[in-house]
Design a binder for this molecule. Structure first.
Ligand SMILES: [Mn+2]
Length: 362
């Protein structure tokens, strides 16, 4: 079997023999469709599977998709902008969902993804995730352009004056790419460009290009996966957010964004979190009011020896400031940026926080 492939360990490469390659468009966690596509294309063990990247996010089974490619010997996966989000920890909702879907395998996935190559070439074609500047060798392309990140797309737009790169493409070697969704079917340009992202996670199709015969295969998506996944994971994502250690302002923004959901379960969860955060925040003026009162109590109990007691007190800095007439409310406000910091300080000055120490975020 001549399944030897270079470039699988993070180095872009070129295949050594005239093997069959099956270049697969953005899978985005659509495992059933992936298996069906391989069956449809009659993939054998010696064929090399090449993913254009974006194995994860939006679909129902990112763990199974990643396992599939990691466990298969003759496989290449390119770095998609979605892998890069995980590698760089630029995570928004779709990535939060993926992390929960992947569970214990998430960390290992991120480590693996960080070494993915940005392009691949066979004897007959180039493969990139998102784009390339026509006329420039692959090895000299910017990684963010190849992967299709926000910065890469901005650069590309500036470099090409807003024109679509795959329409300007006039290089001799054909190029297969993903990233840009062609809903009605794969894009086949007369200039040798093959757009393979046909929106599997949005309920359209999953597409592959066979090389060197340039035959296309597609299978229909089972469902509009992302619409469903987006809805179903809202509560789990919210429960997994580290609200306790987040800045109050960030919590408010996060909950406002989540609050747009019409799902009753999510709406109730958001409301509960908003109430909890507001109650935590309301402790700040209570702490400010409590410090001088606490100092008086300690003075009454310990008389002139109060300083010795203050040294050992958990709220020592605030009490000493108060003792010296230098206590200011804004010191407390500056310290209490998050629920956790506020609850901790409230406890130190002897306020009862028991009712707020409950719930999923503490
Ligand atoms: Mn994609």
């Amino acid at each position: 079997m001549s399944g030897r492939v270079s470039g699988s360990k993070g180095e872009p490469g070129r295949s050594s023999a005239m093997e069959r390659h099956l270049v697969i468009g953005d899978v985005h966690g659509c495992h059933e469709e992936l298996l069906e596509l391989c069956e449809r294309a009659v993939v054998s063990a010696s064929d090399v599977l090449v993913s254009v990247g974006d194995l994860v996010d939006r679909g129902p089974s990112p763990r199974e998709v990643v396992r599939f490619f990691r466990e298969r010997p003759s496989s290449i996966v390119l770095m998609g902008n979605h892998e890069r989000k995980h590698v760089r920890q630029v995570c928004s909702y779709a990535q939060d969902v993926t992390r929960l879907q992947m569970g214990e395998e998430y960390e290992s996935f991120v480590a693996w993804a960080s070494a993915l190559p940005y392009f691949f070439e066979t004897e007959t074609a180039r493969v990139v995730h998102a784009a390339m500047i026509p006329g420039v060798p692959l090895a000299m392309q910017r990684e963010d352009v190849l992967a299709g990140t926000t910065s890469g797309e901005a650069f590309l737009e500036g470099a090409l004056g807003g024109a679509a790169w795959h329409e300007l493409y006039a290089d001799e070697v054909p190029v297969a790419f993903g990233h840009r969704v062609f809903e009605i079917g794969p894009h086949v340009g007369k200039n040798g460009t093959y757009g393979l992202d046909t929106g599997a996670c949005h309920g359209h199709t999953l597409t592959a290009l066979s090389l060197p015969d340039f035959r296309l295969y597609s299978v229909p998506a089972r469902a509009d996966h992302w619409s469903r996944v987006k809805r179903e994971w809202q509560s789990a994502v919210l429960r997994a957010r580290p609200l306790a250690t987040m800045d109050f302002v960030a919590i408010e923004e996060e909950l406002l964004a989540r609050g747009r959901s019409a799902e009753p379960e999510v709406a109730a969860l958001v409301e509960g979190a908003q109430r909890w955060a507001a109650a935590c925040r309301a402790l700040v003026p209570a702490i400010v009011a409590r410090v001088p009162v606490l100092l008086d109590e300690l003075r009454n109990a310990h008389g002139p020896d109060v300083a010795k007691t203050l040294v050992l007190h958990p709220a020592k800095p605030l009490l000493f400031a108060s003792l010296k007439g230098r206590f200011e409310g804004r010191t407390v406000e500056a310290h209490c940026r998050s629920p956790r910091a506020t609850l901790d300080l409230a406890k130190r000055v002897g306020l009862d926080t028991a009712a707020l120490d409950l719930g999923p975020w503490v």
